[in-house]
Ligand binder design. Structure first.
Ligand code: IMP
Length: 428
């Protein structure tokens, strides 16, 4: 089996990290293809909880080579911190196991300051970004003035490019009344990071295609989710990259004929962080119930920002759309355990917009904001399901819920997760 693409089917936070961890056991290479440290993947192994933002979860499997692909935007200082953190937890991180694309773009202090300034300027219309500098870094990439990871190989020239970028950002910051960044102090950590990261940088498209030719199995690990895609998401309330399956090809430099499996990951209910439309959003007790208290890392609070996530019923309109955009060959449904004990469960099966019934999300923001979810109600289940490992361990109502979701988006569901632990997966 050559390449598998793993994609979030909703607004991110679907539990991709744990699914990637599961699929990585059978992969030789795990490659991240988009986004940066706006992502947060949590993987639980025994007593250890690994919070990964940039490094693919494949790093937790000793036989796996991890790639940070050209489609990513990388903050080198935060990458190094993450590498040091997991090394302290006993994970072997060396240039044989972790490879950074020389074509990936870098997030600099200029991007972080500009992200924050842009959000402030938007006021009540703010996107609610993670403030990690993602949008400004991609803006510089497409504006053909970004700094790429390969430039860190010449630390002196990298320092000069960084200095110039910060000075330019300072002009924009001053125009909007923000204090400037001191380029001297802001570059110190970056120059140190560049010196340490040099051995990890190479042409990863060459590496990946070479490994594929040798018969290696490659898992292309997506971040964020379909509805946050800059083309296919709820624009402008999106991230600035392409988290959908097409993004895996451009974000890694591999051809479509290498891919024979596209795995979508969806949570059994909906969550969203940041602004933007969410037709099945709930308020009050039920929303709080789905969100959890925040005492447990498994609760619905952002891994990167700690923000409480907006929660709502499962939206099959979104899943149907994600199945179409990504060409899912299967869907993994996560967090079914959270639904135990809710009397009846609603699933949005369509939207009503201006008197019309729609099976897919409308493509304009105005229509999407006016969309009213049309629900179907299914019986809930009272039993806890965390112990389940086979379909026969699940209550009938849980199986009926899973089957109905598969039917509504016309994609088979063969695996569901029933808890945060590595083994809390049910193969149907
Ligand atoms: P940015 O990617 O930081 O520019 O944020 C743009 C939008 O995407 C905001 O609504 C963020 O909350 C959202 N977002 C970015 N990364 C993630 C993620 O990993 N999970 C969930 N939402 C995300």
């Amino acid at each position: 089996m050559p390449a598998t693409i793993l994609v979030g089917a909703q607004w991110g936070d679907e539990g991709k990290g744990r699914v990637a961890d599961w699929l990585a056991a059978e992969a030789d290479v795990v490659a991240r293809y988009a986004g940066g440290d706006n992502a947060g993947h949590t993987v639980v192994v025994g007593q250890s909880v690994f919070k990964l933002h940039l490094i693919p979860s494949g790093i937790l499997h000793e036989h796996v080579t991890c790639v940070l692909g050209n489609g990513m935007v990388i903050n080198p200082v935060n990458l190094l911190k993450e590498m040091d953190d997991i090394a302290r937890m006993g994970v072997d991180v060396n240039p044989e196991r972790l490879v950074i694309s020389s074509r990936a773009h870098l997030i600099t202090p200029a991007h972080i300051a500009l992200d924050s300034a842009s959000e402030k300027a938007l006021g009540s219309q703010a996107i609610g970004t993670t403030l990690r500098g993602i949008g400004p870094a991609y803006l510089d990439k497409t504006g053909r003035r970004g700094i790429r990871a390969g430039q860190m190989l010449d630390v002196e020239a990298f320092g000069e490019a960084l200095y110039a970028m910060i000075e330019k950002a300072n002009q924009t910051l001053a125009e909007h009344g923000h204090s400037p960044i001191d380029p001297k102090t802001a570059t110190v950590d970056y120059l140190q990071a560049a010196a340490r990261l040099k051995p990890f940088i190479q042409d990863t498209a060459l590496l990946l295609n070479g490994r594929l030719r040798e018969g290696a199995r490659v898992l292309c690990e997506g971040a964020q989710g379909t509805l946050l895609d800059v083309d296919h998401g709820d624009y402008p309330f999106v991230t600035s990259s392409s988290p959908t399956s097409g993004g895996a090809l451009t974000g890694l430099g591999i051809g479509p004929r290498q891919v024979d499996r596209v795995v979508g990951v969806a949570k059994a209910f909906s969550t969203r962080v940041g602004s933007g439309p969410m037709p099945t959003e709930l308020e009050g007790d039920l929303a709080n119930r789905l969100r959890g208290t925040g005492e447990n890392f498994w609760d619905e609070y952002g891994t990167t920002t700690g923000r409480p996530r907006r929660c709502g019923w499962l939206d099959a309109v979104v899943l149907r759309y994600a199945a179409q955009v990504n060409g899912f060959s299967e869907l993994v449904l996560t967090k079914l355990d959270v639904l135990s004990g809710i009397e009846s469960l609603k699933i949005a099966v369509g939207y009503e917009v201006d008197g019309r019934r729609l099976d897919f999300p409308p493509s304009t923001l105005g229509e999407l904001e006016r969309a009213v979810a049309v629900y179907e109600t299914l019986p809930g289940w009272h039993e806890a399901v965390g112990h389940a490992r086979r379909a026969s361990d699940l209550p009938d109502a849980t199986v009926a819920y899973i089957n109905r979701v598969a039917e509504l988006c016309d994609v088979p569901i063969r695996t569901v997760s029933v808890g945060p632990e590595r083994d809390q997966l049910v193969y149907l």
